[in-house]
Design a protein around this ligand. Structure first.
Ligand code: PLP
Ligand code: COI
Length: 341
């Protein structure tokens, strides 16, 4: 397949098959050497662990074309670490960190033609994942696993890109206390499907999930962490054991402190505090920083001062600095940018 038909500037966040993907199999207690393939299909037992008991974990990352034409990824070591944490929690074998990074390099390199050009607004989304492939009928971990990485060129996660969205406080939970909310397991996303379809039917763009124990603290959305800006231009972001430790959020915390000189606090945030904030953003690999203009809590509207027309000024500074670092316009902290050669 060639990339000629790609209208880079108008891509949505969807799957488009690219040429090559990486596969490695875990059998008899060890990973094989792995290989690249054009085959985008998987054949497995009808009783595979992933199909019966959702034994699957994944990651999400992006490759960018920089201003000077290099192809780079952003902090892939942190994705490798998080996938290790996810695998351990679901009793899966660990895919070694050096091999994870090597697989990312191979797949991006083999699909270079699909990395959107600098300035197009699109990126190459990278999806590493691992699943139990051998048959399991009693509830227990599979014996054999497959690790794969594919890529797909994507545009903005939310239609309209930088336009503020409206979200609702969900009556559903996406995580359980002491559950799997802090890892990237497919089951967390299955949990959120009914909630997101319901929110969309009601006209909302996303859900705000509350902490599952007390339903009084702000947690995250189905695919991004929250970041708030106070009226005094301070950053506040939720601290919780049941949210995914977002690499984008952790990076933005550092960007806010070290590049923008802002005060940042990570702490539990009560839902009643929302109206005190001036700006709200959703941060994640897919979301980058998507501004939230309004939160609706059971009919009560909380409208942020930044409004419904554009990103708030601090959110915009964070967005410009982070994307500047990712696209090579701004010098990155040591180790953040991983060039693909
Ligand atoms: N929270 C959830 C539930 C996610 O799925 C994601 C996406 O990966 C994030 C947060 C953001 O994490 P990251 O910034 O590492 O992509
Ligand atoms: C990502 O941001 O990479 C994710 O995995 C989130 C998902 C909602 C696309």
């Amino acid at each position: 397949m060639d990339n000629k038909a790609m209208d880079w500037s108008n891509l949505d966040f969807g799957y488009r098959k690219t040429n090559q993907r990486y596969v490695s199999n875990y059998k008899g207690g060890a990973w094989d050497d792995g290989y690249m393939t054009e085959d985008d299909t998987i054949t497995m037992s009808e009783c595979a662990g992933v199909l019966q008991y959702a034994q699957t974990v994944f990651e999400g990352m992006k490759a960018y074309t920089t201003e000077d034409g290099r192809i780079v990824t952003f902090r892939p070591d942190l994705n490798a670490d998080r996938m290790i944490d996810s695998a351990k929690r679901l009793e899966m074998p660990v895919f070694p960190k050096d091999r994870f990074i090597d697989a990312i390099e191979k797949v991006v390199s083999a699909n270079k033609d699909f990395v959107p050009p600098y300035g197009s607004g699109a990126t190459l989304y990278i999806r590493p994942y691992m699943f139990g492939i051998s048959p399991v009928i009693g509830v227990k971990p599979a014996e054999d696993y497959q690790f794969r990485v594919f890529t797909t060129p994507v545009g903005p996660y939310f239609k309209g890109g930088a336009k503020p969205i409206t979200i609702k406080v969900s009556d559903f939970d996406r995580a359980a206390p002491n559950g799997t909310g802090n890892i990237k397991a497919g089951l967390n996303y299955a949990m959120s499907l009914h909630a997101i379809v319901t929110a969309h039917k009601e006209g909302y763009d996303e859900n705000m999930y509350l902490d599952p124990q007390t339903r009084s603290k702000v947690e995250e959305t189905g695919g991004a962490n929250f970041l708030f800006v106070t009226k005094d231009n301070e950053i506040v972001t939720p601290q919780s054991d049941s949210i995914l430790p977002s690499i984008t959020r952790r990076s933005l915390v550092q960007v806010a402190r070290d590049y923008l000189g802002l005060k940042v606090t990570e702490r539990p945030i009560d839902i009643s505090e929302l109206s005190d904030f001036a700006e709200c953003g959703l941060c994640g690999t897919a979301a980058v920083i998507s501004p939230v203009g309004k939160v609706v809590d059971h009919g009560k509207e909380i409208c942020f001062a930044s409004g419904m027309d554009e990103m708030g000024p601090i959110t915009k500074k964070l967005y410009d600095t982070l994307t500047g670092i990712q696209m090579g316009r701004i010098e990155a902290p040591e180790g953040w940018i991983h060039e693909i050669v």
